[in-house]
Design a protein around this ligand. Structure first.
Ligand code: 5GP
Ligand code: MG
Length: 527
């Protein structure tokens, strides 16, 4: 049995070192996680900086990207000779300690925050994932979602003809694991050459940050669906999902990693190779909800885009009222914009517990009946007797607004006008947001008036698609608006290979009961 002890994998659950590459095969359960299903909205971070504590820089980078994924976190480092990985379930601050960070030595690091809403959470699904290359090891973190995983699995079988599918995949097929296995195992080429051959064949949304013992790599899909930026430290380089992470580690913004670009950073400096033509289709929902407000995407500050969305919303759906309140925190910039444009005072009517959804303690039945209050509690004195405009960034299943409206009525609101700073979400995302299937999206089966009735508001207004697009300062043809329009910029494979339903089903048939409703509201625990 050949065991590579250089890549000992610290498994925090078992408090012992597990060799990642064990047995004769290159692939095993540690490389290929045990849960199939989509990868979701995630945060990635990478650093190449001799003389810096790269694990700590990565920790703080991931910490600032926590909103992009709260399920698991991991960091891999290299000192030029060997790669170490530490990953576990939970928030960045729960996974790492001073001592685990100190043990992650080296001058190169990649890190990852994972977010998943489907299937069982498991340690094996945490990233970075590992594989062996010609020169050593590859450690990979991925943000996005691939749509030709089935095709890539076929490639994997060709690459490892002597192994059964089960031996190759361990019965497991997450897109990140398949990518890692395709980058690995190539004993005739460098990792860079393998990546340049592989990436043009990968379809879907991907921001990859990966490394071997000597080199940090970052790659972005030709559409640039998810953000990925390059920053400069005095003594090195940083790549990160969002510019806010650069600010936090003290790196200056250099530029975006271009769509279709692979960069490599090592002792010789930074090399850039274009592996595909740019067909820009940046996710518009990053501006609406996903990214931090203090991040800049393609030249537009996200906060400013959101305020603008709120202003346009006020022009498109004006109403007489006494107070504009946000659904905290994601609705706040748009509520500020709505207030500025309408002249109606802005105030807080709801107080949010910032830590909700992150507890592992199941609420008791009595607490469950209090529902949304676990997350949002009304400021009764602010609300009583007033005509209230509630602004939120989006309605997905409708649970949040339904519960909110009821709570605001109980708190004595005279009228409740819901304003949403994006259009109705009617299509699933195949590029990295784990939205509900079409059947669960409330606006798929119901028109605006029916949604209004369903949530119980006195009026409801959604921002127009054009208003949303204008606020981003991007050209519509350079954005992905698929969740609002059904126009998918990267051609989707046949329905049976998608894994998500594209067929229309009535939303009403899928309305959740009170228990699952609370779970859904807790899950939608944005920052
Ligand atoms: P609903 O209750 O309608 O299903 O969800 C709407 C709420 O979820 C909104 O407050 C919005 O800010 C938030 N939200 C929208 N998209 C996402 C997402 O992808 N993940 C999470 N956790 N929350 C989201
Ligand atoms: Mg929200």
């Amino acid at each position: 049995m050949r065991v590579n002890r250089n890549t000992a994998h610290r498994d925090p659950l078992y408090k012992e070192d597990l060799p990642v590459l064990r047995g004769d095969g290159l692939l095993n359960h540690d490389l290929l996680p045990d849960e199939s299903g989509p990868q979701d909205q995630c945060g990635v971070f990478g650093v190449w900086a001799p003389g810096e504590e790269v694990a700590k820089l990565t920790f703080f980078g991931l910490y600032s990207l926590q909103h992009r994924g709260q399920e698991s976190a991991g960091i891999a480092t290299s000192d030029g000779k060997k790669i170490l990985v530490y990953k576990d379930m939970g928030l960045v601050s729960q996974v790492f300690s001073e001592s685990s960070l100190e043990s992650l030595v080296g001058h190169i690091a990649v890190g990852h925050n994972r977010y998943s809403t489907t299937g069982a959470s498991s340690w094996r699904n945490a990233q970075p994932t590992l594989g062996r290359t010609a020169s050593g090891t590859v450690a990979l973190g991925h943000n996005g979602n691939l749509i030709n995983t089935a095709e890539l699995l076929e490639m994997l079988k060709l690459k490892y003809p002597d192994q059964t599918e089960n031996e190759i995949t361990g019965g497991n097929t997450t897109d990140t694991a398949v990518l890692t296995a395709l980058l690995a195992g190539d004993m005739d080429h460098t990792l860079e050459a393998t990546a340049l051959e592989l990436l043009p064949k990968v379809r879907g949304a991907y921001c990859l940050v990966f490394m071997d013992e000597t080199t940090l790599y970052a790659a972005r899909d030709p559409q640039g669906v998810r953000p990925l930026v390059l920053g400069r430290l005095e003594r090195g380089w940083v790549v990160a999902s969002e510019t806010a992470a650069l600010d936090i580690v003290g790196a200056s913004y250099v530029r975006e990693i271009e769509p279709g670009e692979l960069i490599a950073i090592d002792e010789h400096g930074l090399r850039s190779t274009r592996f595909a033509e740019v067909k820009r289709a940046g996710c518009v929902f990053e501006y609406v909800y996903l990214a931090r407000p203090d991040t800049t995407i393609n030249g537009r500050v996200v906060y400013e885009a959101r305020v603008e969305m709120g202003k346009t919303l006020a022009k498109e759906y004006p109403v007489e009222a006494d107070l504009v309140i946000p659904t905290p925190e994601s609705g706040t910039p748009a509520a500020i914009g709505y207030s500025q444009e309408s002249g109606i005072p802005f105030g807080h009517g709801l107080v949010k517990n910032a830590y909700v959804g992150r507890t592992f303690i199941q609420p008791s039945q009595t607490i469950r009946q209090r529902g949304i209050r676990l997350k949002l509690n009304p400021l009764k004195e602010q609300i009583k007797g007033k005509r209230i405009i509630v602004v939120d960034d989006s309605i997905v299943r409708g649970n949040t607004q339904r519960a909110l409206v009821q709570m605001l009525r109980e708190a004595g609101a005279k009228e409740i006008h819901v304003r949403i700073s994006s259009p109705p979400i009617t299509w699933p995302c195949f590029y990295g947001i784990d939205f509900a299937t079409r059947a669960e999206l409330i606006a798929t089966g119901l028109g605006v008036e029916e949604v209004r009735q369903s949530i119980g508001a006195d009026s409801l207004g959604y921002l127009s698609k054009d208003g949303m697009v204008r606020a981003t300062n991007q050209e519509e043809k350079q954005l992905c608006t698929a969740c609002f329009t059904g126009k998918y910029p990267i051609e989707l494979p046949a329905e049976d290979r998608l894994g998500k339903d594209l067929l229309e089903k009535p939303a009403a048939a899928c309305e959740p009961g009170p228990d699952s409703e609370l779970d859904a509201i807790l899950k939608a625990s944005d920052d």
